[in-house]
Write a protein that binds this ligand. Structure first.
Ligand SMILES: Nc1ncnc2c1ncn2[C@@H]1O[C@H](COP(=O)(O)OP(=O)(O)OP(=O)(O)O)[C@@H](O)[C@H]1O
Length: 703
C-alpha cells in the first residue's frame, strides 16, 4: 500500500516497490522532530532529519498518475490520509528534511542544557553575586506581583461594602507592592543583563584564545567565515540565555506557581479547568517552538512558518478566551449554588489570566532557551580545543608557578594537576594542559628555548612534507639545504614546486612529516615559537594592510618601543619613504583599498618587517604586485641588505622575477619538492639547466 510514501520521487519506477517498506521510517521520522528535545532538554545533534534525507522529496513533486484518488482504486479513508494527514501535526508537509541540508553538523557533540548552564556558571566566576542579587530581586518582584490580584479584588469589594479602613489599608498595601515590584524588576533585569554581558565577553575571549592556539592546518579545514560566525552570532545567541531565557523562565515560573496556589485556595474544580487549558496551550507552544527553530534556519519555508504561526495564534486566542467563558460558566453556577462568592470569582478570573500568561512565557522562553543552547554546542567544542603541538616545544618549560593543585575545565572534563616545588614536576606534567591552564589564567608561560641572540644559520635536513589536507600529495621530498648566517639566498622554481611550503615549515606553520629543521643548531621544535617568530621577518605574496594610517601599519606588531624616526628609517630601507612623503598627510595618511598599488603595499610590508630588525628576513615575492618600478626597488633592497654591514641578517627571497635575484649570494632551484640546482646567477646560466630555461622563458616573454 502506498499510503504515507507519496513523498518519494514519483517519477522513479522503483519507488513504488520500496514505498511500503519505508512507511514506518517516515512515521518515526515525523515524530522524532517534535520529541527529540523535550524529555530531558537534551539537544540531539544526530538529526533524524538528515539521516533520512535521501528518502524525502517535496510534497508537491507528485505526478498525476501516481496521485491516489478514488478513481485509481483508493477509498475515501485512504484519500483523507494521503491528502490531509501530511498537513496535520507530524505530517510530511511539515517535514523539513530536504530543506535542512547543510544546516546541521552531524559531527557536533551533543550538549545538554545542564552542561551549557554549568559552563556559563563557571564563566561568571567572581561575579556570581550579580546572579544571587538578580534571583533575590526576582523572587521579591514575583511575590509582590502575584499578591496584587488578591489585594486588588479585596480593595474593590471592601469599597463596595463601605469598609473605609480596610479600603485605605489595602490601597496603601497595593501602592507598596507596586513600588517594590517595580524596583525589584529593574534590579533583576539589570543584574541579569550585566551578568550576561560578562559571560558573553568571557566566552568570546576563551574561544578566541582557543582558536589562536591552533595550528594553521586547523584553519585549512575550518572556514574563517564559520569561525567568525561562532565568535559573533553564536556567542550573541548565547547571550539570550541569561539576559532573557533563564530570568524570564524563573520569573514566570514563580508567578505561575503563585497564581496556582491562589487559585487552589479559591476552588480546586475551577483551578482544574484552568490547568487543562494551560496544559493544552503549553503543548501547542512547545510543538510550535521546536518547529519554529527549524523554520528560522530556512527562509524558503516561510509559508509553513506563517501557517504554523497562525495555527498557534488561533489556538492560543481561542483557549485563552475560553478560560474566561469557562470561569463565568462554572463560576456563575457556583455562585448560584452558593459554592463561591462574587469576590472569589473575581479573584479566580484575575489569577487565571496570570497563570495562563505565566505558562505561555515559560514555555516560550524554554523553547528559545533550547535554541540558544543549540548555538552553544559548537562554541563550547571549539573553546575546548587544546593548544596545538606547535606551542609545546620539547625543550625547557619554565614559568613561575605557585605550588599547589591547579584545576580547570576543558573539553567537557575537569582537569587538575599538581605543581610541586621540584621544577621537574612542571616539566613532566601534561604540557597541553599546562599551557591551556596558563592561557585561561592569563599566566605567561615560556615554552622552549630562547637563545640570547639568533645568528640566522638555517639547516633543512632530509625534510619531507605533505599538507594534512592532502596526505597523498608529497610536496617536499627528502630536501636538504644549508643557509649560512647573513647569507642572501633566492629560491626559484616553477609555480607549485614547493617554494612557499619551505618557508611555511621554517616559520613552523606546519611540521615536517620527515626530517628536521635546525636554526643555529637547535631543532625548531625546541625553540620558543613566539620568540622565534619575533626574530623572523616575513613579507608574504599578498601583504595585508589595515585600515589605519601608514605609520601604524608599519609599526604593527613590533614587539619593541619605537619612535617616528624608527618608522622613517624602516620605510627608507624598504624604499617606501619617497612615495609616503608625497602624500599630503605623509605617514599619517589613512590606508584604504584604492590608495596604494600592489608594489607600494609590499614595500610598506617590507618596512614593517625591517622595523623589527629580524635576524632572518623572508620575502615571498608577489609576481602580480610587482610592476617594473617595484622590481627595481626590490633589487635595491636586496642590494642594500647584502652590503649593509651594520644590519647583517639572513635573507631568503622566493623570487618569481629572476632579474631581481641576479645579485644574491646563492640561487636554489626547486623542482617538484627537490633541490635540482644551486649556485650563483652566472654559474647556473652556464649550467644550462632549469634556471637557465626559466631565465630564457622570462626574457622571451618580456621582449
Ligand atoms: N594549505 C595547503 N593545503 C594543501 N595544499 C597546499 C596548501 N598550500 C599549498 N599547497 C599545494 O602545495 C604545492 C606547493 O605549493 P607552494 O605554494 O609551496 O608552491 P610555490 O612553489 O610557492 O608556488 P608559487 O610560485 O605559485 O607561489 C602546490 O601544489 C599547492 O597546491
Amino acid at each position: 500500500m502506498i499510503v504515507g510514501n507519496y513523498q518519494k520521487d514519483p517519477f522513479h519506477p522503483s519507488n513504488f516497490q520500496q514505498m511500503a517498506t519505508s512507511h514506518s521510517n517516515l512515521h518515526s521520522l515525523s515524530l522524532t522532530i517534535f520529541t527529540s528535545r523535550t524529555p530531558n532538554f537534551q539537544i540531539k545533534h544526530q538529526s533524524p532529519l538528515t539521516s533520512h534525507k535521501p528518502k524525502h522529496k517535496r510534497l508537491f513533486a507528485v505526478s498525476n498518475s501516481a496521485f491516489p484518488s478514488k478513481d485509481n482504486g483508493f477509498n475515501l479513508f485512504d484519500c483523507f490520509k494521503i491528502h490531509l494527514r501530511p498537513a496535520l501535526h507530524g505530517g510530511g508537509w511539515w517535514n523539513l528534511s530536504g530543506d535542512a541540508h547543510g544546516v546541521e553538523d552531524s559531527t557536533a557533540k551533543p550538549i545538554t542544557v545542564w552542561t551549557a548552564l554549568s559552563r556559563m556558571w563557571t564563566l561568571i566566576g567572581d561575579d556570581k553575586w550579580l546572579i544571587y542579587l538578580a534571583v533575590a530581586s526576582l523572587t521579591v518582584a514575583a511575590v509582590s506581583e502575584i499578591s496584587m490580584p488578591s489585594i486588588l479584588a479585596a480593595t474593590i469589594f471592601s469599597a463596595q461594602r463601605g469598609e473605609t479602613m480596610v479600603f485605605s489599608r489595602s490601597l496603601r498595601f497595593l501602592f507598596t507592592l507596586c513600588v517594590t515590584s517595580g524596583v525589584c524588576s529593574g534590579l533583576r533585569s539589570g543584574c541579569f543583563s550585566i551578568a550576561n554581558i560578562i559571560v558573553v565577553k568571557r566566552l568570546r575571549e576563551r574561544l578566541y584564545y582557543a582558536l589562536i592556539f591552533q595550528d594553521i592546518s586547523f584553519f585549512d579545514a575550518e572556514a574563517v567565515g564559520v569561525l567568525t560566525s561562532r565568535l559573533g552570532a553564536d556567542c550573541q545567541q548565547l547571550s539570550y540565555v541569561l539576559g532573557n531565557n533563564i530570568h524570564l523562565i524563573l520569573h514566570n515560573s514563580l508567578q505561575g506557581t503563585g497564581a496556582l496556589v491562589n487559585l487552589l485556595t479559591l476552588s480546586w474544580p475551577l483551578t482544574l479547568s484552568a490547568l487543562v487549558i494551560c496544559f493544552i496551550l503549553s503543548t501547542i507552544f512547545l510543538v510550535y517552538g521546536e518547529y519554529k527553530e527549524w523554520l528560522e534556519k530556512l527562509a524558503s519555508v516561510s509559508i509553513r512558518e506563517s501557517v504554523a504561526y497562525e495555527l498557534w495564534n488561533m489556538s492560543f486566542t481561542t483557549l485563552y478566551r475560553s478560560t474566561q467563558v469557562i470561569a463565568v460558566l462554572l463560576g456563575g453556577m457556583s455562585i448560584m449554588t452558593g459554592y463561591v462568592s462574587v469576590e472569589q470569582l473575581t479573584k479566580y478570573v484575575l489569577y487565571c489570566e496570570w497563570l495562563i500568561y505565566a505558562t505561555w512565557r515559560v514555555v516560550d522562553n524554554l523553547s528559545s532557551l533550547l535554541q540558544s543552547i543549540g548555538a552553544s554546542e559548537k562554541v563550547f567544542q571549539l573553546m575546548d580545543l587544546l593548544p596545538s603541538n606547535q606551542f609545546l616545544s620539547k625543550g625547557n618549560f619554565i614559568t613561575q608557578f605557585p605550588v599547589g593543585t591547579k584545576h580547570f575545565q576543558s573539553n567537557m572534563h575537569d582537569y587538575s594537576f599538581i605543581i610541586l616545588q621540584n621544577e621537574d614536576s612542571v616539566r613532566n606534567c601534561d604540557r597541553k594542559l599546562l599551557l591551556c591552564y596558563c592561557k585561561l589564567q592569563s599566566v605567561e608561560l615560556q615554552v622552549g628555548v630562547k637563545l640570547p641572540r639568533l645568528m640566522g644559520n638555517i639547516q633543512f635536513v632530509n625534510v619531507s612534507f605533505h599538507y594534512p589536507s592532502r596526505v597523498t600529495v608529497p610536496i617536499l621530498d627528502h630536501l636538504c639545504l644549508n643557509v649560512k648566517a647573513n647569507e642572501v639566498i633566492a629560491i626559484v622554481g616553477l609555480s607549485g614546486s614547493g617554494k612557499s611550503t619551505l618557508v611555511n615549515l621554517l616559520l613552523r606553520l606546519y611540521e615536517p612529516t620527515n626530517g628536521q629543521i635546525y636554526i643555529d643548531g637547535f631543532p625548531l621544535t625546541e625553540l620558543d615559537i613566539s620568540w622565534l617568530r619575533e626574530k623572523i621577518g616575513f613579507v608574504g605574496q599578498e601583504p595585508h594592510l589595515f585600515h589605519m594610517n601608514i605609520k601604524s601599519n608599519i609599526s604593527y606588531g613590533c614587539p619593541k618601543d619605537i619612535t617616528d624616526e624608527d618608522v622613517e628609517w624602516a620605510a627608507k630601507q624598504a624604499h617606501a619613504h619617497e612615495f609616503i612623503s608625497s602624500f599630503p598627510h605623509g605617514y599619517e595618511t589613512l590606508v584604504d583599498d584604492d590608495l596604494l598599488s600592489g608594489g607600494q603595499k609590499q614595500r610598506i610590508a617590507i618596512a614593517r618587517a625591517m622595523l623589527r630588525d629580524p635576524a632572518v628576513l623572508i620575502l615571498d615575492e608577489a609576481t602580480s604586485a610587482l610592476d617594473s618600478e617595484s622590481e627595481h626597488y626590490v633589487k635595491g633592497i636586496l642590494h642594500a641588505l647584502r652590503n649593509d654591514n651594520t644590519t647583517k641578517r639572513t635573507v631568503i627571497v622566493i623570487a618569481h622575477r629572476l632579474s631581481t635575484v641576479k645579485t644574491v649570494d646563492r640561487i636554489v632551484v626547486i623542482d617538484d619538492g627537490q633541490i635540482v640546482e644551486m649556485g650563483d646567477h652566472t654559474e647556473l646560466l652556464h649550467k644550462g639547466g632549469l634556471y637557465a630555461q626559466l631565465v630564457q622563458a622570462q626574457t622571451e616573454s618580456v621582449t
